[in-house]
Design a protein around this ligand. Sequence first.
Ligand code: HEC
Ligand code: HEC
Length: 282
Amino acid sequence: MRRRWSIPIVVALWLIAEGVALTQPPGARAQNAGVARAQARVTKNPLEGNRDAIRNGGAMFRTRCAGCHGPDARGYVGPDLTGLWALGVSDDRIFETVREGVPGTDMPAADPSRVPDRDIWQVLAYVRTVAASTPPLALTGNADNGARIFQSTCRTCHMVNGSGGQLGPDLSRIGSGRPRAALTKKIRAPSDNIRPGYEPVTLVLSDGQRIRAVKKNEDEFSIQVIDMRQRVQGYVKANLTEVANDKQSVMPAYGPDQLSNGDLDDVVSYLATLRGPDSGRR
Ligand code: HEC
Ligand code: HEC
């Protein structure tokens, strides 16, 4: 019985598939075949330098990526993508990031049933041309000096690759997660943009003692925090005189007298090297 209506469906699917193929320029069909052949284990972008691919990729970049990575791929809420090749990141690794996304961050995965490999390679062919045509931001900072400053100034609160404090977030991937401009701003004026999950609070105990801390959990009756000595503490609210949500981050603001412009540049250069476990200098 089923067969009777399955044939028209097959025909319809065939027509749809053919219709899609026919709307592509002949060059694209040849290109597709090339991509399919290379698919086994592609390590280099098969569409690099291909003019049609770059044009299509640019259009896709603007609709699918620019909202987060900026119109020129120089970074916005997502990082600058133009420096990846200069850092020596391989095409297949970049491809994989776009395909799989970065779990636990805003970077979405590309559903293979809707986004063919060819689309991703086209987008990357485009980004590559942007990377080649605009000189990399002047990397004036000295990352080795930045690493030293980080060890002495920041590590008490921040973990990198398994070592450091826990009052602030783990920064092991911060270089791929934030544009340099955002890192610079965060260090000079941390309270402008406080990371969710690390909200500052002040608890006032019944004896008047004030405790400054980072809030981890709160419900109607209780609150859990990490205090400035990095101890996880729980309080029953009935025993507190006050729970005040602060506007001031517990991270100190490092003005030019604590951290010169040169040192700031060095620290940001160091943070930019942190792109996942064991990627940074230690
Ligand atoms: C909703 C926002 C968003 C969109 C849309 C988005 N990204 Fe991302 N992307 C991010 C964020 C955030 C990260 C950093 C993730 C992390 O913390 O490691 C990222 C990381 C990346 C990385 C890794 C960078 C590195 O330094 O290792 C690549 C490559 C990338 N994105 C490419 C793309 C491309 C290409 C598109 C469009 C097809 C895209 N992204 C769309 C937010 C986004
Ligand atoms: C007293 C503890 C403390 C010190 C010292 C400290 N931070 Fe922080 N930092 C925090 C906390 C807590 C947060 C999360 C709350 C917020 O965003 O303000 C944070 C957030 C950050 C963020 C944003 C992370 C993200 O995922 O958005 C960066 C970047 C950062 N710190 C870098 C630094 C650097 C660089 C130094 C040294 C120059 C430093 N911090 C020193 C406590 C600290």
